[in-house]
Ligand binder design. Structure first.
Ligand code: ZN
Length: 352
């Protein structure tokens, strides 16, 4: 049966079921096909005649059944969902919304900043891996490209038809009127260009998607069409959360916690540390994002780059690239392009 808040603090947040966060707000963890993030939280809001999902999950064969089993605990089912508010276009958040719409006509809303990436994914039939390979080439990460090819092969991926457009593109500061409850959509570009969080200011809750996660640092700019300076956007969007009241944090991955502000301060400090560490590596002789990534510790456990799997090596290199590019924008590094390859150095005459 639906559990109390105590379970949330101590238990495994990925355990399947339906968990009460607050009256009318339920957390439903749904599975992901690989381990890294372990599960995705979908939040079901019951408000008068409305049954709304914030994020919808990854459209796996079993997702619909698990969602119904969870909703059954409050005597509801997927056919009653009136709309899906999706925080961003990544497949663990968006694709099940498309399936629900096909089955039940559910209304789907997504932040308008994700339109370029969703359109690109729709055209390519998938997320645009070629774009990521190009970014790896710019980073001088040939060995990572080779490792990815060895792990996933060279064949073009299967076409998918889940990348349909939403019914509604959400704009920043849009008011979402539910029956007896109001949410404010706040555009928080960074994790993706269109990432949007939903604030229930009356009840002091932030549906944070992947913008603020309690245990991990969200990736930045991993999308088919990347912003000019995704890390700059992300840090600005973190500060937007500090402009809102300190609320309960309802993240898409990880347990519910009591404060958004404490975690935002920690994430800002983390990126400050990473920016200085990148600067140190360039000062010590690294020239490319790949060389820099090789020298940095990764994950919460401080693992070596060489111990990461090829997919996470790719994320690590891309992550390093967005840090170096922000340092360039801040005037703390200079960047030069030779063909595709981008190299970085300290600015000024001493750099050459
Ligand atoms: Zn996610």
């Amino acid at each position: 049966m639906a559990d109390s808040a105590g379970q949330q603090a101590t238990g495994d947040w990925t355990e399947p079921g339906l968990f009460i966060v607050a009256p009318g707000v339920h957390r439903i963890p749904l599975p992901l096909p690989h381990d890294a993030l372990r599960a995705v939280n979908v939040y079901a809001i019951e408000s008068g005649d409305d049954l709304v999902l914030v994020d919808a999950g990854w459209a796996l064969a079993e997702t619909g059944g698990l969602l119904d089993a969870a909703l059954d605990r409050i005597g509801r089912n997927s056919a009653e969902i009136t709309r899906c508010l999706v925080t961003h276009v990544h497949r663990d958040h968006y694709t099940m919304a498309v399936i629900l719409r096909r089955r039940f006509g559910t209304h789907v809303a997504l932040g308008i900043g994700d339109r370029p990436s969703l359109t690109a994914a729709g055209v390519a039939g998938r997320e645009n891996m070629a774009e990521h390979v190009l970014r790896l080439e710019r980073a001088g990460a040939g060995p990572v490209i080779a490792a990815l090819r060895a792990a996933f092969g060279d064949a073009p991926p299967e076409r998918e038809d889940v990348w349909e457009l939403p019914d509604e593109w959400l704009k920043d500061q849009a008011t979402i009127q539910l029956d007896g409850r109001e949410l404010r959509a706040v555009a928080t570009p960074g994790h993706t260009q269109g990432h949007t969080v939903f604030a229930d200011l009356g009840r002091n809750m932030l549906f944070a998607g992947d913008h603020v996660l309690p245990h991990i640092t969200p990736s930045v700019g991993f999308e088919a069409v990347m912003a000019e300076l995704p890390l700059g956007d992300y840090l600005r969007s973190l500060r937007l959360v500090l402009d809102l009241p300190d609320m309960r944090l309802l993240p898409a991955h990880g347990p519910v916690t009591d404060t958004t502000h404490a975690r935002v301060h920690a994430l800002l400090a983390h990126h400050e540390d990473r920016l200085s560490a990148c600067l140190d590596r360039i000062e010590a002789g690294a020239h490319t994002a790949y060389q820099t990534a090789l020298e940095l510790p990764w994950t919460r456990r401080g693992r070596r780059f060489s111990d990461l799997d090829p997919f996470n090596q790719m994320l690590a290199v891309l992550e390093t690239g967005v840090h170096l590019d922000l340092l360039v924008a801040q005037g703390r590094l200079a960047r030069e392009a030779t063909g595709k390859l981008l190299t970085y150095a300290l600015p000024g005459p001493a750099a050459r």
